[in-house]
Design a binder for this molecule. Sequence first.
Ligand code: ACK
Length: 213
Amino acid sequence: NTMSETSVPFFFGWFLSSSYQDKLRSMASDFLKILGNLDAFKKHIGDFSGDPEKGVDLEQYFSDKGVLHCTTKFCDYGKEQGAKEYMEKQEVCESYGRASELELTALFITPRTAGAQVSLSEAQLQLWPEDSEKEDLPRGSRAHVTLGCAEGVEPVQTGLDLLEIIAQKKQGEEGEKIQDLDLGALTYYGKGAWMLSLKEPIRAQSCFSSYYG
Ligand code: ACK
């Protein structure tokens, strides 16, 4: 199974099966509805440049970015550094088209993006690029599913927002525990960053593949 004659895609990643896309979208929509109506959220509504009286409709604030997936390697049709090498890796060739279960452990939003945090298995980490984190953080820290972006924001931002929250935690900033929701514990990390740790992580059926666009 070699891909040397295949043209370089836009990106590689795990693509959620359609039933899990529906499930995750509906969970995210519940979360955004609940969060947007919390007093604790309204108190910090300035982060989202909203009116404290009116609130913010978070579901409208974030627009959908298409098929839900967790990017492994962004290739930009070969323009990105290491794209060709990545696609020729043995693990990549062997895993291509294979089913895999993604563990989603948290939902988060910032004034820029909404996403789900992904906790990668050892086998999944074999497909993770070496240089993805570019920071002093464990490999795979950036793994996420983008759920939506604010106007004018590109989806690449979601992983960067997640890294920022993880870096904050690592520096011992535990965040402000807000309350326990049905789905899990809600924490505020400042500057508009909110994270809901799922009581029961979602194990989403996915397929390792690529996107040409
Ligand atoms: O939401 P994402 O992970 O962020 O999925 C999309 C996908 O590739 C197509 O745009 C991600 N992406 C875009 N640019 C980059 C980049 N420079 N580094 C890593 N991921 C990127 C984007």
